[in-house]
Design a protein around this ligand. Structure first.
Ligand code: FAD
Ligand code: EPU
Length: 337
């Protein structure tokens, strides 16, 4: 396999940052990984679509770009269908493939950038559905031993924007393929998210199909989120924080309009976008970087900004939210360097 020295990652991260990798390789077949590992490069970073990473500096090590392709499906006895996708398959293309084959379950996850292999890393989620809801199994290669392992759902510790691959196995495996279990009949149409219901109602759709739901999600997303091909960004920069009932009640006394949702384990989820907007950051711009005018949770690079500038802005936002609300924001984006 060819190794490229001093390789620009500009086209490989959705912030459009011109960071360099000291070594870069494309992985098209899982079998090619073991020989690559024999070179003992360290550190190694697995890159998919680069839609959830911030390169603060150049990367001194080996970046492996996952390009393992292929989509296949097999019928299950329970009437469901298992769809298997190579880790390098574009996630939205997988969604479209499933819709074309009338397979339901991931339509609410339409238009999320990135690869199928990265989807389990943070248990991607949007509009009332998370990957874990359809997850069946994955195959991953241990980057130290070169051995392939299978992970069932219960092995992955999926939670909100979290999994074992972000915790104890962080940076230790490469996900070569994923398997998801979808419906071929009696689709479960999930319109629990208010914006989906509103969009379908506006279009006069009373009995939506999975394609209708996908189109509604695409409409909502394109209205709210910047297209990385036009404005560099990595989606939500921070996770939505969850706070105790007690802290929430105390905050509600001071901020009666505080937006909130039920969180996990009795906690209260407060949208980070609301907290950031309340601190006055929405629409902020300094040179080439800023906080998106339509969605305060998205930090943007209008072109020519550096990873360092974005990271400094993120630190300022964290400090001001902490100062005003006593809530610590944590990045969703994977910070490198
Ligand atoms: P990368 O950014 O390349 O990598 C992310 C992390 O995963 C890195 O740590 C990397 O090392 C690791 N990784 C990647 N591939 C593999 C692999 N095969 N094996 C092991 N580790 C791997 N996310 C959501 O959950 N919901 C959303 O609604 C959403 N909306 C977004 C909207 C926009 C406009 C953008 C730019 C991003 C959005 N995201 C969203 C974030 C992002 O799309 C997802 O996190 C996506 O899964 C990242 O995929 P990727 O291939 O680009 O991963
Ligand atoms: N809000 C504001 N100001 C803003 C943005 C949001 O006040 O500038 C408030 C609004 O009250 C709004 C609420 O926050 O009702 C929630 O906003 P939105 O529906 O846009 O969702 P979000 O919580 O900001 C999350 C995910 C998104 C996902 C959407 C839809 C996280 C960190 N982000 O955003 O995921 O697409 O819900 O499910 O959980 C991503 O992870 O990159 C991402 C884009």
């Amino acid at each position: 396999m060819h190794l490229y020295p001093d390789y620009s990652l500009k086209a490989y991260n959705t912030f459009g940052l011109d960071a360099k990798a000291s070594h870069f390789a494309r992985l098209q077949k899982a079998e090619d990984l073991s020989p690559l590992l024999l070179h003992n490069y360290s550190p190694i970073f697995i890159l998919g679509g680069g839609s959830n990473v911030l390169f603060v500096n150049n990367f001194e090590g080996l970046v492996i770009h996952n390009e393992i392709g292929g989509i296949a499906a097999r019928q299950q006895l329970n009437g469901k269908v298992i769809v298997e996708a190579g880790g390098g398959v574009n996630w939205h293309q997988l969604v479209c493939w499933c819709l074309d084959h009338d397979l339901g379950g991931i339509e609410n996850l339409s238009l999320i950038p990135g690869t199928a292999g990265a989807a389990p890393i943070q248990n991607i989620g949007a509009y009332g559905v998370e990957l874990k809801d359809v997850f069946y199994e994955l195959e991953a290669m241990d980057l130290e031993t070169g051995k392939l392992h299978r992970f069932k759902k219960e092995d992955c510790d999926f939670a909100y924007r979290n999994s074992i691959f972000k915790q104890s196995l962080r940076g230790k495996v490469l996900i070569t393929r994923i398997l998801i279990e979808l419906t071929s009949i009696s689709h479960n149409i999930n319109t629990s998210y208010g914006a989906i219901r509103d969009t379908l109602a506006e279009a006069g759709i009373k009995q939506p199909t999975i394609k209708d739901v996908s189109e509604a999600v695409i409409k909502i997303r394109t209205e709210k989120l910047p297209d990385p091909l036009k404005i560099g960004n990595a989606g939500s920069f921070f996770k939505n924080p969850e706070i105790s009932q007690e802290q929430f009640e105390e905050l509600r006394r001071r901020f009666p309009n505080i937006v909130h949702y039920p969180g996990s384990g009795g906690l209260i989820k407060v949208p980070a976008g609301w907290l950031i907007e309340q601190c006055g950051w929405k629409g902020y711009r300094s040179g080439a970087i800023g906080c998106y005018e339509k969605q305060a949770l998205v930090l943007v690079n209008y072109g020519g900004g550096s990873g360092n500038e974005i990271w400094n802005l993120a630190q300022e936002i964290i400090a001001s939210v902490e100062g005003k609300f006593g809530i610590q924001l944590n990045p969703e984006v994977n910070i490198l360097g």
